[in-house]
Design a protein around this ligand. Structure first.
Ligand SMILES: [Zn+2]
Length: 182
C-alpha cells in the first residue's frame, strides 16, 4: 500500500506515514485534511474511503526534528542528484565507494555548496586532486545544480514508488509548493 506524506499546518514537510490506516485515521479524526488522494478505495461498513496521498495537519505540530536543509552538499544529496555516477568518467558509485569532489577546490576558495560539489569515483578524485578540471584534462558531464523537489523527496525516503512520486509531486505542483528551502 502507498504511503502518505504529512505536511505540517505551515505546509512544511512533517513526516511520511507508512501505514494507510494511520493516514486515514488522521483524516477521520479531523486532525488533518487530505490534499491529494490515491485512486484506491477502502470499503468501510457504512462508507468507502479514498486513501490519502498527502494530508495537511490542521494544527502546527511541534517537532524537535531539525528541518531538512538541502543546500548542504551531503554525500547523499550529491549522489542522488548525480544519479550515483562519477561526473568525470561516468562510473557507477555507491554510498560507500563514492566520493565528493569540489570542482573549484576548497584550497582555492571553492564553496562547499551544491553547485560546486560533484560525485566522483575514487580514481577521478585522486587524479583531479587540488586542481581545476581543465588543468588535468577532465570535463564535467553535468553542471552541478541545486536539488529538485523530486530529488529532495528521494533524500528523505530510500525508495519512492512511482505512484507515490506522481501523487506527491502532482500535489506540490498543483499547490505551487516548494517543500523545502533550496
Ligand atoms: Zn570517475
Amino acid at each position: 500500500m502507498s504511503r502518505c506524506m504529512v505536511l505540517n499546518a505551515s505546509y512544511e514537510f512533517l513526516a511520511i506515514e507508512e501505514h494507510w490506516i494511520d493516514a486515514l485515521g488522521l483524516v477521520l479524526s479531523g486532525k488533518a485534511v487530505p490534499l491529494e488522494e490515491y485512486p484506491d478505495v477502502v470499503r468501510g461498513q457504512r462508507h468507502n474511503f479514498r486513501l490519502p496521498a498527502v494530508v495537511l495537519m490542521r494544527y502546527q505540530v511541534k517537532t524537535l526534528r531539525r528541518r531538512q536543509v538541502f543546500n548542504v552538499p551531503t554525500r547523499k544529496a550529491v549522489f542522488i542528484r548525480d544519479a550515483f555516477e562519477c561526473q568525470y568518467c561516468g562510473t557507477r558509485i555507491s554510498m560507500t565507494t563514492g566520493t565528493r569532489d569540489h570542482v573549484i577546490p576548497r584550497s582555492r576558495g571553492g564553496p562547499d555548496t551544491m553547485i560546486n560539489v560533484v560525485t566522483a569515483c575514487r580514481g577521478c578524485n585522486v587524479r583531479k586532486d587540488d586542481k581545476l578540471p581543465d588543468e588535468v584534462g577532465m570535463a564535467l558531464r553535468n553542471r552541478p545544480r541545486a536539488l529538485t523537489e523530486d530529488e529532495k523527496i528521494q533524500c528523505l525516503i530510500k525508495l519512492v514508488r512511482a505512484k507515490e512520486r506522481n501523487a506527491w509531486m502532482g500535489c506540490l505542483r498543483r499547490l505551487g509548493l516548494g517543500l523545502w528551502a533550496a
